[in-house]
Design a protein around this ligand. Sequence first.
Ligand code: G1P
Length: 278
Amino acid sequence: MIEKCLFPAAGYGTRFLPATKSMPKEMMPIVNKPLIEYGVEEALEAGIEGMCIVTGRGKHSISDHFDSNYELEHQISGTSKEALLTDIRHVIESASFTMTRQRQMKGLGHAILTGRRLVGDNPFAVVLADDLCINEDKGVLAQMVDLYKQFRCSIVAVQEVPDEETHKYGVISGEMIKDDLFRVDDMVEKPEPGTAPSNLAIIGRYILTPDIFDILERTEPGKNDEIQITDALLEQAKTGCVLAYKFKGRRFDCGSVPGYIEATNYCYENIYLPKNKD
Ligand code: G1P
């Protein structure tokens, strides 16, 4: 039903300079796995196999990561180190990858529009890899795909944040239609402090219906003079339906240093250590 997942990955990651001077921020590791690989695994778990990555200059290592490395694999073949490649080999065998380049940085809405040809005229998912989402039971995207099957409209993942943090996010307001699910009636990108319509902040997981592309084509630059997906979604919400889903699980803001460290500690203790007991 949802066959493709778009990964906007052209940003500079300036908060992690100098680490991101020549390395894409999406390749920053959480323990021993790059951020974008966690996102791809989450998409696969949701039954999505087509990964569409919107890259930019200096992002070659992302495509290289999702390909074989013959020399390295030949060298470690038959040794105990080969086990470290199990997850990435599974990802490469299960998914297909297509890339396109965003030539100008004009915001998240523009990045999503750049992926239009890769995605085609079908509903699709969007993952912002620097929001790392972890849920032991069912991943956040899988939870959203289940909802899409029921409601057939765009869905954004939301999380409650303290009032003093709403200015960092797109913030929604809406009527609760059932547990953890809201019908959006307003949405503001990074509201000025004290003006947010609620404390439900959008995090980097979306399911979008393809009419969003025509809306994005005519969306004027908004906050920070960028084309904002939040503005396009507000139009969709006013003319049709957009849902906001308070997901089950944890989300780490790996676009910030404290969130990145928190994610690293969490994954080390809860994923890496249990797998590498000996
Ligand atoms: C983007 C979106 C914002 C959303 C956030 C989630 O902002 O524009 O609506 O809340 O991702 O991480 P960015 O963090 O790229 O500035």
